[in-house]
Design a protein around this ligand. Structure first.
Ligand SMILES: [Zn+2]
Ligand SMILES: [Zn+2]
Ligand SMILES: [Zn+2]
Length: 374
């Protein structure tokens, strides 16, 4: 994942600016005439990336700054999609079976390798920006890479691609057969499902902290309102109230109860996390690969799956869960042969039988009872 600092650095350098790093949060910049006019900024200036360094800089940059919107326009003019082809890479074709056994772990199914071939494979790098809004705001840029032949999802490897010689940037592999690419709808579906699980994982601590604060505030409300209610009860007992007077106090107690419940709902709303996520750009990377054909067996059924040995990562790509499209280290196979991560192949809490999130994302496939939402 790129930091805001390195993102701004890359965009400015690509557009001809001279960028000098002062420290991790300060950047000295000389803009070319065209960029200075587009962004409406002087030719020489200093950017700060946090409030602490603000005094030393001309501008503080956050994701919401006008400069970021200006830079987004600069990038948009270049196009939101580009393609890059790697030069020939070393392909590993020995010990393929051994590598497969280490990497493909199916807890309740067997498989066998049914051959492999060298092929040119394309990947779509999907760059998302998400904002999580609660009592605090958190935002991040995340890249998800989807193998367009197998739908395996990978963490970003574009930083490693940059290490390769870029001379072949304009080259096209004549052997690339686009028929072998899955439809863009499938690829985006996989990317969008994967980003959802990725954000959930990234926000784990954020969510925990919001829940902790919510619980703290609910406890405070609890002690405040129970004190108020006790005072009403004491008043009734102390003064020995009866009839209309007692009724009036009991109504007051009821009103305190209603206000208490309303305040709890307000707090839940305050700490609930609203997430906005948007796909901002895409890059297709085309690389030669070794494609392994694997047959998965479960009970009397079987199905073929493809896995790629990735020469940039120098490893066999993990298979993705067919429900959340996240790549875990081991998988389960349901009776309809969906391949699932341990979070998506679950034991139903009421009938205790195993159920699959692809066969039914919301209900247990055995007893029909609703599952906890993902
Ligand atoms: Zn899953
Ligand atoms: Zn299934
Ligand atoms: Zn069930």
């Amino acid at each position: 994942m790129k930091t805001l600092y390195s993102l701004v650095n890359d965009i400015l350098e690509k557009d001809g600016a001279a960028v000098e790093k002062v420290d991790d949060s300060l950047m000295e910049v000389i803009l070319p005439d065209s960029l200075s006019k587009t962004l409406n900024l002087p030719e020489y200036l200093v950017f700060a990336f946090n409030d602490k360094s603000a005094e030393l800089a001309d501008q503080v940059i956050t994701y919401d700054s006008d400069i970021i919107n200006g830079l987004a326009d600069v990038v948009n003019k270049r196009g939101a999609f580009s393609q890059w082809t790697t030069p020939d890479l070393y392909l590993k074709t020995d010990k393929v079976e051994e590598i497969l056994q280490k990497k493909l772990i199916l807890n309740n199914a067997t498989y066998r390798l049914n051959g492999f071939e060298e092929k040119v494979v394309s990947y779509l790098v999907l760059n998302y920006k998400y904002t999580a809004i609660s009592d605090e705001k958190k935002e991040n840029l995340v890249s998800i890479v989807v193998n367009e032949l197998t739908l395996s999802t990978l963490d970003d490897f574009t930083n490693r691609i940059n290490l390769f010689d870029k001379r072949s940037e304009a080259e096209e592999f004549s052997t690339l057969n686009t028929d072998e690419r899955l439809s863009i709808r499938n690829i985006l579906y996989a990317g969008n499902r994967c980003i959802k699980s990725r954000i959930k994982r990234e926000l784990y601590d954020f969510e925990k902290s919001m829940n902790r604060r919510l619980q703290r505030d609910i406890n405070r409300l609890e002690s405040y309102y129970s004190l108020l209610k006790k005072e009403v009860e004491k008043k009734i007992a102390k003064k020995g109230l009866i009839g209309e007077e007692k009724e009036r106090e009991l109504l007051r107690k009821k009103a305190i109860d209603v206000e208490h419940k309303k305040k709890i709902l307000d707090q839940i709303d305050k700490y609930s996390i609203k997430i906005e996520c948007e796909l901002i750009s895409a890059l297709r990377i085309v690389i030669p690969s070794v494609v392994l054909k694997v047959v998965v067996y479960r009970k009397k059924e079987n199905k073929g799956v493809l896995l790629c040995w990735n020469p940039v990562l120098k490893e066999l790509e993990k298979i993705s869960c067919e429900s959340c499209f996240y790549h875990s280290s081991s998988h389960f196979v349901c009776n309809s042969l969906h391949i699932l991560c341990p979070d998506c192949y679950i034991r139903c809490s009421s009938c205790k039988k195993w159920t699959c999130r692809v066969c039914d994302p919301e209900k247990c496939i055995r007893c029909g009872l609703p599952l906890f939402p993902l």
